[in-house]
Design a binder for this molecule. Structure first.
Ligand SMILES: C[S@@+](CC[C@H](N)C(=O)[O-])C[C@H]1O[C@@H](n2cnc3c(N)ncnc32)[C@H](O)[C@@H]1O
Length: 230
């Protein structure tokens, strides 16, 4: 480990390390992995596949993938998130999942290269320089032709559209923090996390060895990419 390497717990988000926040996370985040699972199936996800879920959180995608894939590796640096994920694995008897306490930067993949990598709303925890390091490591853990499905909060706005895009996003925020993300939550996200622009992230993906084969952006802020590792 080099002396300048980032300690991912410092950027992991205090709330993600807080067991009380994690206890309410599933009700707040309301994650439905169906579309992403369908997309990965259309790219060959099946019972022989290995999937790595980076920033797996409480494991909603991990559990859905484990019902189809041969094996899933769920990676997250937060002990609180992993404790909740492990509890769900036990409850659902998901014996083909390995949970690993690590992040994009500290995870070391061993064994055969993976067929699929996935990440939802976790890459923005890293500043852009470290996003590039992270994406390079995602490419390195995939086999050539392997698929990376990336979903995150990414601004699809020109510099002079920044304020209107953010104001429109905040206007759609919910009132109840237990049921979703409030305008206060979104403001905190913008101040303390590292969402970037589509016109920065897409070249990062290309530069780190991916071809973007599908791109969806909703409401100029929610982006999903299916990328093929070259
Ligand atoms: C908003 S949650 C998303 C969790 C899950 N992917 C989901 O969609 O519900 C962000 C997750 O990223 C994790 N995280 C923070 N920093 C990370 C890093 N450097 N590498 C990987 N995951 C990270 C947090 O611990 C947290 O579980």
């Amino acid at each position: 480990m080099t002396s300048w390497w980032l300690d991912e717990l410092r950027t992991a988000g205090a709330e993600h390390l807080d067991p009380a926040y994690v206890a309410g996370y599933d009700a707040k985040a309301q994650v439905d992995p169906t579309d992403d699972i369908d997309t990965l199936r259309s790219h060959g996800l099946n019972e022989t596949s290995t999937v790595v879920d980076l920033g797996a959180g409480t494991g909603s995608f991990t559990l859905a993938a484990a019902r189809i894939a041969g094996s899933v590796i769920a990676v997250d640096p937060s002990p609180a998130m992993l404790a909740r994920l492990r509890h769900r694995l036990t409850t659902e008897q998901a014996v083909n999942v390995t949970a690993i306490e690590a992040g994009f930067l500290s995870y070391r993949h061993t064994g055969e290269p993976a067929d699929f990598a996935y990440s939802r709303n976790a890459l923005h925890q890293l500043p852009d320089l470290w996003k590039v390091v992270a994406l390079r490591q995602v490419a390195a853990l995939l086999r050539p032709g392997g698929i990376f499905r990336l979903r995150d909060l990414v601004l699809d706005a020109a510099p002079d559209q920044l304020e209107t895009t953010i104001e429109a996003w905040m206007a759609r925020a919910v009132e109840d923090p237990a049921q979703g993300y409030t305008a206060t939550d979104l403001a905190e996200h913008l101040r303390s996390e590292f969402s970037t622009f589509t016109w920065l992230l897409e070249p990062m993906l290309e530069q780190t060895g991916f071809e973007i084969v599908e791109r969806e952006v909703r409401a100029s802020i929610y982006a999903a990419y299916t990328c093929r590792r070259r």
